[in-house]
Design a protein around this ligand. Structure first.
Ligand code: MG
Length: 234
């Protein structure tokens, strides 16, 4: 498989720090294996920024499956707190994909960053949000239209760094030429409808799509840090 990728991250219009982190740092192309990831840090002071970067570094350095990489990221953030107790409470989401030469996509995920697969006219969410509101909707105790105004809409039920052992979600897909994969932080999907995301992905190469997604989130209010990875398979 040939992959062409681009990434973009932006502070948004209201935050004073960008606590998101993204891999890779530069656009590129290749046959795979290729690793891409988005992390959205949380925690007071510098904590969120430290957590997302620590997680990403550990996940990239660890050679192995997506799950092994995410587990390594968790250990790194947990150990980071032990070494620097002032950072206690820091954590991060991590959504990571390993794109194989044969088109196999191996995904591992914790938190509320997301992965989407766009194939033809259809865009599908590959991840589940680990948020309180998503669990309430899943169990029927909250209606989807009540999510936007829920006082605890940002509360994560799972995050990297919150416990020594974490339950890591996995997903897999066999990509075909023409597929587009998007990894993104909630600063995108909270601001831009899936329909709009899908139509932006349609236009132009990954580099254009990545920056157009950032622009769309900022045009819609830019309430949070925004981070995207766009991967085209051909
Ligand atoms: Mg965020």
């Amino acid at each position: 498989m040939n992959y062409q990728w681009a990434t973009a991250t932006h502070i948004g219009l209201f935050r004073t720090q960008n606590q998101d982190a993204v891999w890779p740092e530069e656009p590129g192309a290749g046959e795979g294996p290729f690793v891409a990831a988005v992390a959205d840090g949380m925690g007071g002071h510098a904590g969120g920024e430290v957590a997302s970067r620590l997680a990403l570094q550990a996940a990239i350095a660890r050679k192995g499956t997506a799950t092994q990489r995410v587990a390594a990221a968790n250990r790194a953030v947990v150990e980071g707190v032990i070494e620097e107790p002032a950072l206690s409470g820091m954590g991060t989401t991590l959504t990571l994909g390993v794109f194989g030469p044969d088109g196999h996509l191996d995904l591992a995920h914790i938190g509320d960053s997301r992965a989407y697969l766009k194939r033809g006219e259809t865009m599908r969410l590959l991840t589940t949000d680990h948020t309180l509101v998503a669990e309430l909707v899943e169990s029927g105790r909250l209606q989807p239209d009540q999510v936007d105004n829920h006082p605890q809409r940002n509360l994560l039920t799972r995050a990297i760094g919150m416990a020594q052992e974490i339950n890591i979600d996995t997903a897999a897909d066999d990509l075909v030429p023409g597929d587009k994969v998007l990894l993104c932080s909630d600063g995108l999907w909270n601001m831009v409808t899936e329909e709009n995301i899908a139509s932006i992905l349609e236009l132009g190469p990954p580099e254009d799509s990545a920056w157009n997604l950032i622009e769309a989130a900022n045009a819609a209010g830019g309430l949070d840090n925004i981070t995207v990875v766009v991967v085209d398979a051909s």
